[in-house]
Design a protein around this ligand. Structure first.
Ligand code: ADP
Ligand code: MG
Length: 297
């Protein structure tokens, strides 16, 4: 690695202030798929409803410590709150008391950076960290956006969902102008997707046109795209949380497993390619003009 000898971590916030769009389903099953491809992966449950924890079979209210303790007490040991789901997949769970964290932290000067600090203390233990955000733009989501390098937006391709994306991007822009200039929107995951609907196809077309038009401007979503494959509506995905299982343990042959598996493959491949490019990048102290010209292309 040129400047940075530590192993990089791909830290992604799955964010949408609307509830019921597929954030938790995507966080849990995408993380499980990435872990199955051999990458050490951590899910951080930032929703007081603790759905991601339950989905991963962790009864958060029976736990000693959780993400709440980590946010409230900067000296708390993050590792003590993390629970293994499998060898490669771990979870930093939530409990219902997490709702209180927003008010308890309201006056803390470093309140936006609590999660970032906690995750930094994990060093390179995990290659992928996925943050399941609550359905709001409050302090918990702000902590996620401050800690993350990337934002993935799970959503359904409905006209009204499209309106919410503007507000969401504005929040990302504010965070990137303030505490986290490196934050980028990677793209949208289409959840509960029905490709046969004309309306759905129109909305996806609008989203793609929006991102294309944004390519010329310096925004955090300049390189964003509609990620493929879309996640089809699949009843097995709705069933598996109540068994505390990911789709890969509950119904490995279901379309939901195929879709999240394929999406994980795309993300892992692009990550490997990025690391490869970084590893091969020549360390040029004083670049020759021709190299400079090429680098700025
Ligand atoms: P959020 O975290 O954004 O509130 P969830 O991931 O909890 O959304 O999803 C909302 C509901 O939709 C849940 O009951 C979930 O099981 C269901 N669901 C999510 N994705 C799918 C899908 N692809 N097919 C069918 N049901 C889905
Ligand atoms: Mg959720």
């Amino acid at each position: 690695m040129p400047e940075d000898s530590t192993k990089p971590v791909r830290l992604i916030a799955l964010m949408n202030q609307k509830g019921g769009v597929g954030k938790t389903t995507t966080t849990v099953n995408l993380a499980a798929a990435i872990a199955r491809s051999g990458r050490k992966t951590l899910v951080v449950d930032l929703d007081p409803q603790a759905h991601a924890s339950l989905h991963l079979g962790v009864d958060a209210d029976a736990l000693g410590s959780s993400v709440y303790d980590v946010l409230i007490d900067p000296s708390a040991d993050v590792r003590a709150a993390i629970r293994p789901v499998s060898d490669m997949l771990h979870v930093l769970p939530a409990q219902t008391d997490l709702a209180a964290a927003e008010t308890e932290l309201a006056d803390a000067p470093d309140r936006q950076r609590r999660l970032e600090r906690a995750l930094a203390s994990l060093g390179e233990t995990y290659e992928f960290i996925l943050l399941d955000c609550p359905p709001s733009l409050g302090l918990l989501t702000v902590n996620a956006l401050t800690a993350a390098r990337e934002v993935i937006i799970p959503m359904q391709a409905h006209f009204l969902a499209l309106q919410g994306v503007g507000k969401l991007l504005e929040t990302v822009r504010l965070i990137s102008k303030g505490v986290n200039p490196r934050l980028r929107v990677t793209g949208i995951v289409l959840c509960m997707h029905d490709p046969s609907s004309t309306h759905t196809r129109e909305v996806v077309g609008d989203l793609e046109a929006f991102f294309e038009a944004a390519r010329a401007q310096e925004t955090p979503w300049r390189f964003a795209r509609v990620l493929r494959p879309a996640i089809r509506r699949n009843i097995k995905l709705a069933e598996c949380p109540s068994f505390g299982k990911t789709i890969f343990d509950y119904a490995p042959d279901a379309p939901g497993a195929a879709d999240y598996g394929a999406l994980a493959e795309v993300l892992v491949k692009e990550w490997d390619a990025l690391l490869q490019r970084r590893a091969e990048a020549p360390v040029v102290v004083v670049p020759a003009p021709s190299v400079q010209a090429r680098a700025s292309m």
